[in-house]
Design a protein around this ligand. Structure first.
Ligand code: 6SG
Length: 274
């Protein structure tokens, strides 16, 4: 660990062995659903007024939370967690990773314990989250990457939803029609990149919304990196997107993560296509 880039010293990786973290003993058929009411109570007890709830949607003072490290349970791929890891690294946050092999996943116990039968799963103290975009929003709220005002937050949501639209198209092509559909996908890609180019070319800060990087920026950045791997020239006609990618990649802690061996070695997708 001491040989890691300084920004990543606290980035811990744990490989789950057979029957390891996350697998439920069959005698205890509890799922994470069982803990939801507790999580909700805790949340609503501590946020008593509607005004407070709105406020916390924007940015939560760090003292609001007990100091906690995050635990991510996911397959050994970048997949849906690249952006989340970049945001945590950029904020100097600790991340413990439970890597779940396909063999362990296929046993079914872990799947059965997951709220929607899928990974990733993020634990933040007592809070257990599924759905990668909910995780991005949670981290955005906690680490001041969700805009300065309600309107900025809503625009960040809108950007992130558009990133998700493109990610779903990308995932469909990768997992269902890589051999037959990659060429057509790359041909159509400029139509999907153009709106982001337009937004960024008008942005004073160089970010999608407001003056600061937001969770939607990490998400778009991660997806653009995937697309550069898919088609190395795809940003050539988009100068704003190109400098956006270079600028985020040059942020010291993001750069350190991108150069970190344990991150680099993760395949982008679970089927070996990229
Ligand atoms: C797949 O789709 O890697 N979760 C996936 N697959 C396993 O049994 N909306 C949520 C979100 O944003 C989507 C979750 C996501 O969080 S990630 C999941 O849990 C399942 O459904 C993409 C990915 N796939 C490859 C992979 C390796 C091992 C398990 C999944 C291939 C598929 C199943 C076995 C081998 Fe596989």
């Amino acid at each position: 660990m001491s040989g890691w880039p300084s920004g990543l010293r606290r980035y811990v990786q744990v490989v789950v062995s057979s029957g390891g973290v996350g697998s439920n003993p069959t005698s205890d058929k509890k799922t994470d659903l069982d803990s939801v009411p507790d999580q909700c109570n805790r949340k609503w007890q501590t946020r008593s007024s509607l005004r407070t709830v709105w406020k916390t949607q924007l940015s939560v003072p760090t003292q609001f939370y007990t100091m906690s490290s995050y635990t991510l349970t996911y397959f050994p791929v970048k997949g849906r967690c690249g952006a989340l890891k970049m945001m945590l690294a950029d904020n100097g946050q600790q991340l413990k990773e439970n890597l779940v092999s396909i063999e362990d996943w296929m046993k079914g116990d872990l799947k059965g314990s997951c709220l929607f039968g899928q990974l990733p799963k993020l634990e933040d103290g007592d809070l257990v989250l599924y759905q990668s975009n909910a995780m991005l929003r949670h981290l955005g709220r906690k680490h001041d990457a969700y805009g300065k005002t309600v309107c900025e937050a809503s625009r960040i949501d809108m950007m992130n939803d558009s990133v998700e639209d493109l990610r779903l198209k990308y995932i469909k092509m990768i997992y269902q029609e890589y051999d037959t559909g990659k060429e057509a996908y790359c041909k159509d890609l400029p139509n999907h990149l153009k709106p982001f180019e337009c937004i960024l070319s008008k942005s004073k800060s160089g970010f999608l919304v407001g003056e600061k990087i937001s969770f939607a920026d990490y998400n778009l950045f991660d997806l653009l990196l995937n697309h550069k791997t898919l088609c190395s020239t795809c940003l050539d006609a988009f100068p704003a997107l190109k400098s956006y990618v270079d600028k985020i990649a040059a942020r010291p802690k993001v750069k350190a993560l991108l150069e970190c061996e344990s991150f680099k070695k993760l395949p982008i997708n679970g089927n070996g296509k990229q």
